[in-house]
Design a protein. Structure first.
Length: 222
């Protein structure tokens, strides 16, 4: 089996399991893939601001180092970092020869394919500036229409998944109708189930970052 490790940069084990399950729909066992969710040992249960995002880099590197040095380390074929700020992705690429995929970079690449203009819908206002910066750093400034945010505390929304999906749907709608987005990325690993629920609700593609990253892994390992 080809082992793909998905590192969750927050400490919520349920989020780790959810993201790994979504990745498994693309990296299927019947195709020879094993997806292993790895939860960092320290940090907050949800990354909601830039300070937490920066702090998570060290925890991601520690989790990856521990995994690669362990009994299954030689089996790891690829690493996925499951937070939308891609914390630790660049650092990991200097420390290991295996492919490293960030869910934001993969989602933006899918959304911007063919020159499409795209926006991002998410729940974390404290990360809006970091998301803008990430899009620019990855070279998407000309196609990026901006981020649209849900109202309310992101941690409260995370505890109310149906409401979170509805609020994200409103943000996607604004990306399309007000900003002219031709595709919309759901900006967050913990938003994975909401992204799945919204995929076919709009006339434009709604890109989930976890399936995008899993698809990127398939291409890199093909």
């Amino acid at each position: 089996m080809t082992l793909v490790a998905l590192i969750n940069p927050n400490i919520d084990e349920a989020t780790t399991g959810m993201m790994a399950a979504i990745a498994h729909r693309t990296l299927r066992p019947e195709d020879g893939y094993e997806v292993r969710g790895v939860t960092v040992a320290a940090g907050p249960p949800m990354l909601v601001d830039e300070e937490a995002l920066r702090a998570s880099v060290a925890h991601v590197l520690t989790a990856a180092d521990r995994l690669l040095a362990g009994p299954d380390g030689e089996r790891v074929a690829a690493l996925v970092v499951g937070a939308f700020g891609d914390p630790g992705v660049e650092e990991l690429r200097t420390r290991t020869a295996v492919p490293v995929v960030g869910i934001a970079e993969a989602a933006l690449r899918e959304a911007g394919a063919g020159g499409r203009r795209f926006g991002i819908a998410t729940t974390t206002p404290g990360l809006a500036a970091a998301i803008d910066a990430r899009a620019a750093r990855l070279g998407w400034a000309a196609q990026y229409t901006g981020v649209r945010l849900t109202s309310g505390d992101p941690r409260r929304l995370a505890a109310a998944p149906d409401e979170m999906t509805d609020r994200l749907a409103e943000a996607v709608d604004r990306c399309v109708k007000e900003d002219g987005a031709e595709a919309v990325v759901i900006g967050g690993g913990p938003l994975g189930e909401a992204a799945e629920a919204l995929r076919h609700r709009f006339p434009v593609p709604v890109v989930g970052p976890i399936p995008a990253a899993a698809g990127e892994v398939r291409r890199l390992l093909a």
